[in-house]
Structures are given as structure tokens and as C-alpha cells.
Design a protein around this ligand. Structure first.
Ligand code: IMJ
Length: 260
């Protein structure tokens, strides 16, 4: 098999429900033979935990861990569990983003300092401490994949502080790839996915207009699926992509090449 992840132990963060891009990624990594660890966002009522557990149980994850990246001891606990159960890590998938609803509408100049800090902390900064704790566990040729969006480099209505966070995330991918590459051939890449209806996008005004625009203008005249993003993540975490690091790879039906 050309694309083979068998024997690879990969941690997937950011699954919230069956529309999550992280869920499409987890399914395709499993289909390629990977052994999965899954994290969920702990909340008071345990709603995410129950939902994500039920959704992912067919994939037989060998680790199922609480992870709120704003809680640094939880980050340490996740990698302690990986060290104890797996002894090593072959892949890390970062699909975490959050901005306050009020920051995702209207004028960017109205972004509050707290809103800016929170969006950047969760959506961009979090990749750094995850890589810091993963680093001693990474096997030779391990990979890191994160999710970004075109709003990092173009001004997209209402994306606002998330665009700034994604720009910081894409820059972080370059610095982390420079840090992790030399010693152990660890590669760090981002996937820039086109708009998909998910929990993170359905709450947004104008998302349907964005999707219709893609269906009209993208070279493929359609949107992409979570599974297509998952297939690219599988490629980026496999040895097939051994020469690719520090990149933003577009899985957007070609949308971003259009002049208008
Ligand atoms: C998000 C906001 C504005 C425009 C948007 C999006 N477009 C797309 C998204 C055009 C495709 C979705 N996207 C790429 C995101 O990164 C979304 C992040 C996000 C979404 C929410 C919604 C609910 C909430 N906080 C959020 N934080 C981040 O309370």
C-alpha cells in the first residue's frame, strides 16, 4: 500500500461532532491504518465527552483524553499519558480554534483586547506548547498538521480576529517546521480548507453565501468535504510527503487561485 499509516500513533484534537473537519481526518487516518488518540474539550456537563466518545468509538482509539489548551496542566497530562501508553508519537493533528461570537461580526477595529488574546491563545498559540511537549516523544519522520483558512491572507467579511489568528498560526507552522525538522525529520504543515458547513461555520452569518460563491467560482465548482481534508492530512502524515514541511496546502476545490 502506497499510503500506509499502519503502526503510526497519531493524536487528533478538535473533534466536536460528526461535521468536524477533525472527524473527517480521524476517519481517514484510521482507514490508512493509524492507531488513534482522541482529545475532547471538557465541559461541566460532559456533553462533548459523551458525544465525541460515542462518535469515535468505532475507530477504537487507544487513548481518549480531556484537553482544554487554556489549561497547561491538561496539556502536560495528555503527553504524560501518551508517554506512558504509547512511548512515542508519530503524528499530531491540531484542529482547535475559538473566537468570541461578538468578534466574528462587524468591524475588526472593535476587537477587544481580551477577545484578541483569547482567539490568538486558543487558535494559534496552542500549537506551540503542544509541539513543545510532543517534541521528546516524536519518532523520526513524525508529522504535525493544523487547519487554517484563506482569511489568514485575504480580508474575508466577519472573519476578523480569526484571520489574524490564522496568520499567526501559519507563521507558527514555519517556525515550528524550522525547529523540529533538523534533528528528527519532523515535518509541520497546515491545510487551508475551503468553507464547509461545520459547528465552527454554521454559527456564522453569511456562511451560505460563501459556500454558494465557492460553488460558482472554484475551479471544481463545488465545496470540499471533511473526508477530502482528511485524505490530505493522511498524506501529510505519511512518508509520501517526506519532502514537504512548513507549507500551507490548499484543499479548497481550487478556489484561492481565482482572480475574481
Ligand atoms: C468564521 C467566521 C466568519 C467567516 C467565516 C468563518 N467563514 C468561514 C468560517 C467564511 C469558512 C469558519 N472558519 C474557517 C473558522 O475558522 C471558524 C472559527 C470559529 C467559529 C466560531 C463560531 C462560534 C463561536 N466561536 C467561533 N470561533 C471560531 O462562538
Amino acid at each position: 500500500m502506497l499510503l500506509d499509516l499502519s503502526g503510526k500513533k497519531i493524536l487528533v484534537t478538535g473533534i466536536a461532532n460528526n461535521r468536524s473537519i477533525a472527524w473527517g481526518i480521524a476517519q481517514q487516518l484510521k482507514a490508512a491504518g493509524a492507531e488513534l488518540g482522541i482529545t475532547y474539550l471538557p465541559d461541566e456537563k460532559g456533553r462533548f465527552e459523551a458525544k465525541v466518545k460515542e462518535l469515535t468509538s468505532p475507530l477504537n482509539p487507544s487513548l481518549f483524553l480531556a484537553l482544554n489548551v487554556q489549561n497547561s496542566s491538561q496539556i502536560e497530562e495528555v503527553f504524560e499519558a501518551i508517554k506512558n501508553q504509547w512511548g512515542q508519537l508519530d503524528g499530531l493533528v491540531h484542529c482547535l480554534a475559538f473566537a468570541g461570537k461578538e468578534e466574528l461580526v462587524g468591524n475588526y477595529s472593535a476587537t477587544s483586547s481580551e477577545g484578541f488574546s483569547r482567539a490568538l491563545e486558543i487558535s494559534a498559540y496552542s500549537l506551540a506548547p503542544l509541539c513543545k511537549y510532543a517534541k521528546p516523544l516524536f519518532s523520526k519522520g513524525a508529522g504535525v498538521v493544523t487547519l487554517t483558512y484563506l482569511g489568514a491572507e485575504r480580508a474575508i467579511p466577519n472573519y476578523n480576529v480569526m484571520g489574524v489568528a490564522k496568520a499567526a498560526l501559519e507563521a507558527s507552522v514555519r517556525y515550528l517546521s524550522e525547529e523540529l525538522g533538523p534533528e528528527n525529520q519532523v515535518r509541520v504543515n497546515a491545510i487551508s480548507a475551503g468553507p464547509i458547513r461545520t459547528l465552527a461555520s454554521s454559527a456564522i452569518g453569511g456562511i451560505l453565501d460563501m459556500i454558494h460563491n465557492v460553488e460558482e467560482k472554484a475551479p471544481l465548482r463545488r465545496t470540499v468535504t471533511q473526508i477530502e481534508v482528511g485524505n490530505t492530512a493522511a498524506f501529510l502524515l505519511s512518508d509520501l510527503s517526506s519532502g514537504i514541511s512548513g507549507q500551507t496546502v490548499y484543499v479548497d476545490a481550487g478556489y484561492c487561485i481565482n482572480g475574481m
